[in-house]
Design a protein around this ligand. Structure first.
Ligand code: 2U9
Length: 362
C-alpha cells in the first residue's frame, strides 16, 4: 500500500475542487462526485486504507480524510444548487412569453351574439348583486306550470305550445321547459330568502316563423325578501336598460298585463328610435316592448314552501335573442340557429374581448 501524506491529500483536494468548479452542468458534476466520493472513488478508497494504518497514522489521517470528504460534499452541493438555478434562469429566459402581445394568429371562432348578450346580462346583474342560477331543460309539470300558479286548463299547457315527452311508467309526461321560471322555483324551494338570482337559458315552444323559433333563450330574474316592493322592481329594470343599451337617457313606461305567476303584472316599454336595423334607446317617439315583470304571486311563494305573509318580491323575464336583435341590428331570428359561418363572422364577437362594465360591454 502506498503511503498517503498530508501533501497528497492537499493536492487531491485542490484537484477535485478545481474539477467541481469547472463542471459545466449537473451530469458533469455527478461524474466528479463519483470519481471522488463514489464507492470506488479516490477519497472512498483512501478511507478504506485507514483500516490498514497504525493507530497513530489513523489519528492523523482519519480526521483529515473526513474533513476532506465533508468539504468536497459541501462544494458539490453548492455547485449543484448554482447549476440548477442557472438552468432554471436559462429556461425562463428562453421560454419567455409576453402575454401583453396581441394573438399571433387571429382566432378562427367568434362568439355568437346570443352568447355575447348572455355574458353582458350576467355582468350587468352581477354588478347589482344577482347570482346566476341554472336548472334542467327537461322539466315536469309541477315545476314548469303548477308551482307557477297556472290553472289546470291554462292554454300554455296545451300541446300547441309545449313539447311533451311520452308518458312514463308513473303516467306523467316530462316536458321541455317553456320558460326558465322552473329554475327559480327550484332555487326558492331549496334556499332561504333573501334570494336574488337571474336564470338565463334555453327554452322551448312549438312555434316557427320570422320572429319565433322552437328553441330560444330567456333570462328571468327573481328577488325575494321581506320588504321588496315595486319601487325596487322599477329601479332595478331602469338601471338594467341603461347598462345594457349603454346610455343614461332611459325613459320607460309600464303597461298593465297578466301572467299567472305575478300580481300585479306589467310589460315595460322603452322610448326608442331606429338607427339602421338597431335601436337607439332614450330618444325618438316610439315605444319598444322589452320585458314582462311583476310582483311574485303569493300562490307561487306558497308553492315553494314559504310564507307569503313574510316574503314578497319581484320577477321579470325577457327574450335574449330579441335583445340581441335589437342591440346589434338583426332583423330575422332564423339565421341565429342556422350554421352559416358567414353570418357568424359578420355578427359574431371576439372571444378575446369579454364583456365588462369597466371598458364597455361590447
Ligand atoms: C318565479 C316567479 C315569477 C318570471 C317572469 C315574465 C314576467 C315575462 C316573458 C317575456 C318575454 C317570457 O321571453 S318571453 O316570452 N316573461 O314576461 N317572466 S315575470 O316570473 C317568475 C318566475 C319565477 C318563481
Amino acid at each position: 500500500m502506498a503511503m498517503t501524506t498530508n501533501d497528497d491529500l492537499g493536492a487531491l483536494e485542490a484537484r477535485y475542487m478545481a474539477a467541481i468548479e469547472a463542471a459545466g452542468d449537473v451530469p458533469a458534476l455527478e461524474e466528479v462526485r463519483v470519481a471522488a466520493l463514489g464507492k470506488k472513488g479516490e477519497v472512498s478508497l483512501k478511507m478504506r486504507d485507514l483500516g490498514a494504518m497504525s493507530p497513530e497514522e489513523r489519528k492523523v489521517f482519519g480526521p483529515a480524510l473526513n474533513g476532506l470528504k465533508d468539504r468536497l460534499t459541501s462544494a458539490i452541493e453548492a455547485k449543484k444548487s448554482a447549476l440548477e438555478a442557472d438552468a432554471l434562469n436559462a429556461a425562463l429566459a428562453s421560454e419567455r412569453v409576453d402575454i401583453t402581445l396581441p394573438a399571433a394568429r387571429a382566432p378562427k371562432g367568434s362568439l355568437h351574439p346570443v352568447s355575447q348578450v348572455m355574458e353582458e346580462l350576467a355582468v350587468i346583474f352581477a354588478d347589482m348583486g344577482f347570482a346566476v342560477a341554472e336548472g334542467p331543460d327537461v322539466e315536469d309539470d309541477f315545476h314548469n306550470f303548477t308551482a307557477l300558479n297556472f290553472p289546470a286548463d291554462h292554454p300554455a299547457r296545451d300541446t300547441h305550445d309545449t313539447f311533451f315527452m311520452e308518458k312514463g311508467e308513473d303516467g306523467t309526461a316530462k316536458l321541455l321547459r317553456t320558460h326558465t321560471s322552473p329554475v327559480q322555483i327550484r332555487t326558492l324551494m331549496n334556499s332561504e330568502p333573501p334570494v336574488r338570482i337571474i336564470a338565463p337559458g334555453r327554452v322551448y315552444r312549438c312555434d316557427w316563423d320570422q320572429t319565433h323559433t322552437p328553441m330560444f333563450h330567456q333570462v328571468e330574474g327573481l328577488v325575494i325578501d321581506k320588504d321588496t316592493h315595486m319601487g325596487h322592481l322599477k329601479g332595478c329594470l331602469i338601471d338594467f336598460i341603461a347598462a345594457f343599451f349603454e346610455t343614461d337617457e332611459v325613459e320607460v313606461r309600464f303597461r298593465p298585463h297578466h301572467f299567472p305567476f305575478t300580481e300585479p303584472s306589467a310589460e315595460m316599454d322603452v322610448r326608442y328610435e331606429r338607427v339602421g336595423d338597431a335601436v337607439k334607446v332614450g330618444s325618438g317617439d316610439k315605444w319598444l316592448e322589452i320585458l314582462g315583470c311583476g310582483m311574485v304571486h303569493p300562490n307561487v311563494i306558497k308553492a315553494c314552501g314559504l310564507d307569503p305573509d313574510v316574503y314578497q318580491g319581484f320577477a321579470f323575464g325577457m327574450g335574449v335573442d330579441r335583445l340581441a336583435m335589437l342591440k346589434y341590428g338583426m332583423s330575422d331570428l332564423r339565421p341565429f340557429f342556422e350554421p352559416d359561418p358567414r353570418w357568424l363572422s359578420h355578427y359574431g364577437f371576439s372571444p378575446l374581448l369579454q364583456a365588462n362594465l369597466a371598458t364597455g360591454l361590447s
